[in-house]
Design a protein. Structure first.
Length: 409
C-alpha cells in the first residue's frame, strides 16, 4: 500500500494536486483512492491496511448505497419471521428518515462523522429525542447486517456510541421525562378504588383483570380461556395480539409467566365466561369454536386497542370521577370531562405500585424480583429503573441520627 502525490494541469492551465492511495484488497484487486489532503490519505491507508489484513475491507467500487442495504435488511427481517409491527417500524424508519437524508450514500463512505451529521440533521428537522434514538438504532442494525454480508467494513453508529457512551440520549430523555408520579402517571389508591367500583358491563372483567394483574393491553387482547385457571386463580401469559391483531408469543422469554388473581377477578371471569362471545366456524356441517378469547369483540375476534380505550377505559374513568374538567360545556350546559388517565399502561403502573406498597392493605410488600416476574420485565434493572423509587424506605433522618450517635460514642 502506497501514498503518493499526484500533480496535473487542467485544460485552463491551472496546476492541481491530490494524494492517491494505491493498494490491493484481500482478493488481490487493485484500487486507487484520491484525497485532497495527505492527512486524509494517510488515515485511510492506515485503516485500509488493517481491514485488508483482517479480510474486512470493502472498497467504494464494491460497496452499495444505504438505500440498497436497507432493502437487504428488510428482506432479512421477513425471512426471520419478525412481527409485522417490527417490520412496519423498520419500513417507517427507512422511508421517512434514513433514505431521504442518506439513502444515496455509499456504505464505505458512511463514517463516524457522517453518522453524527445524520443524527444532528434528524434533530434539526424536529424529530423527538425518542425518535432520533430509535432511528439511530435501526441504522446501527442495518449496518451490522451489511457487515455480515461483506458490504461494509465498520458500523459507524456503534463506534459513535462507544466513544460518546451508550444510552446517552436515552438517559437524557429519562431525565427530561422524570420519574413516574402517583396521581400524575399512576392512579392513586382512592382513584383505583373508585374506578373498580364504577366498572360495569362487558368492560368490567377486562378492566378488573388489567388492574389486578398488570397485564399489557396486547396480552389481555391475546388471552385465551385455556390459559386461565379459575380453580387455582391464576393466568398463564403465553400469547399476545399485536396492533395488527395477529396472535403471537410474548416479545421476550420473561413475558411468559404465571400471574395470581384475587377472588374478585376470578369471580368476574367465571361470570363473564358464560356470556363471552365465541367465534364460530362451520366446517362440513359441524360448528367449531376458534380463538376462544377471554376478551374478544362482539364477533369473538381480537378486540382493538382503540375500542378498549375509547369505549371501555375512558368512559369508566369519567364515570368513576377520575376525570379532569376541560373548561368547556356540552349542548346541555354540562361540563365536558376527560379521563385523567387515558392509557391502559396506567393500570399496569397501578398494579406495580400496589404490589410494592401492599402493606397499606395489611398485606406483604412483594420483593423487587417478584414484582419483575409479575410484570414480565426482561431484567430486574428495568423494574428498578421504572418503579424503584416507589419501594418503601426507612426514615433516613432517624437512621443518620442513630449512625452519628453510634460513631461519636
Amino acid at each position: 500500500m502506497s501514498v503518493r502525490k499526484r500533480t496535473w494541469t487542467t485544460p485552463k492551465g491551472e496546476e492541481k494536486s491530490a494524494w492517491v492511495v494505491d493498494y490491493s484488497d484481500q482478493q488481490g484487486k487493485r484500487h486507487l483512492k484520491t484525497f485532497a489532503k495527505k492527512k486524509e490519505a494517510d488515515q485511510f491507508a492506515a485503516t485500509a491496511t488493517v481491514e485488508v489484513r483482517e479480510g474486512t475491507h470493502v472498497a467504494d467500487s464494491d460497496s452499495v448505497t444505504v438505500e440498497k442495504a436497507a432493502e437487504f435488511w428488510m428482506k432479512d427481517g421477513k425471512r426471520q419471521g419478525l412481527e409485522r409491527s417490527t417490520l412496519d417500524q423498520r419500513r417507517q424508519h427507512i422511508d421517512l428518515h434514513i433514505v431521504p437524508l442518506i439513502g444515496q450514500t455509499l456504505l464505505s463512505k458512511l463514517s463516524v462523522p457522517a453518522a453524527r451529521a445524520f443524527q444532528d440533521e434528524l434533530r434539526e428537522k424536529g424529530r423527538s429525542p425518542a425518535m432520533v434514538r430509535k432511528v439511530m438504532t435501526s441504522l446501527s442494525s442495518l449496518m451490522s447486517d451489511a457487515m455480515e454480508r461483506g458490504l461494509a467494513s465498520r458500523n459507524p453508529v456503534r463506534e459513535m456510541r462507544a466513544k460518546r457512551g451508550t444510552g446517552r440520549e436515552k438517559a437524557q430523555e429519562k431525565r427530561q421525562k422524570g420519574k413516574l408520579k402517583i396521581g400524575v402517571d399512576i392512579p392513586t389508591r382512592e382513584e383505583a378504588k373508585a374506578f373498580v367500583a364504577a366498572l360495569t358491563g362487558r368492560w368490567r372483567p377486562m378492566l378488573l383483570t388489567a388492574t389486578f394483574t398488570g397485564m399489557r393491553a396486547s396480552e389481555l387482547r391475546g388471552l385465551r380461556w385455556q390459559s386461565v385457571d379459575l380453580d387455582k386463580r391464576q393466568i398463564h401469559v403465553v400469547e399476545r395480539a399485536d396492533r395488527f391483531n395477529d396472535m403471537g408469543r410474548p416479545k421476550s422469554a420473561a413475558g411468559e409467566r404465571f400471574i395470581p388473581i384475587p377472588p374478585m377477578v376470578a369471580n368476574a371471569l367465571r361470570e363473564w365466561k358464560l356470556a363471552c362471545p365465541k367465534l364460530k366456524v362451520e366446517e362440513k356441517g359441524e360448528t367449531r369454536y376458534v380463538l376462544d378469547l377471554v376478551f374478544p369483540n362482539g364477533s369473538g375476534k381480537v378486540e382493538s386497542l382503540a375500542n378498549i380505550i375509547n369505549r371501555g377505559l375512558v368512559p369508566m374513568m369519567i364515570k368513576a370521577g377520575v376525570a379532569i374538567d376541560t373548561g368547556g360545556v356540552d349542548e346541555e350546559g354540562k361540563p365536558i370531562l376527560k379521563a385523567k388517565y387515558s392509557g391502559m399502561h396506567a393500570l399496569r403502573h397501578f398494579y406495580a405500585s400496589w404490589c410494592i406498597n401492599r402493606k397499606e392493605d395489611g398485606g406483604l410488600a412483594l420483593p423487587p424480583k417478584v414484582v419483575q416476574e409479575r410484570l414480565g420485565h426482561s431484567t430486574i434493572v428495568m423494574t428498578l429503573d421504572t418503579y424503584g423509587h416507589l419501594f418503601p424506605r426507612g426514615d433516613d433522618a432517624d437512621e443518620m441520627a442513630a449512625a452519628e450517635a453510634s460513631f461519636l460514642r
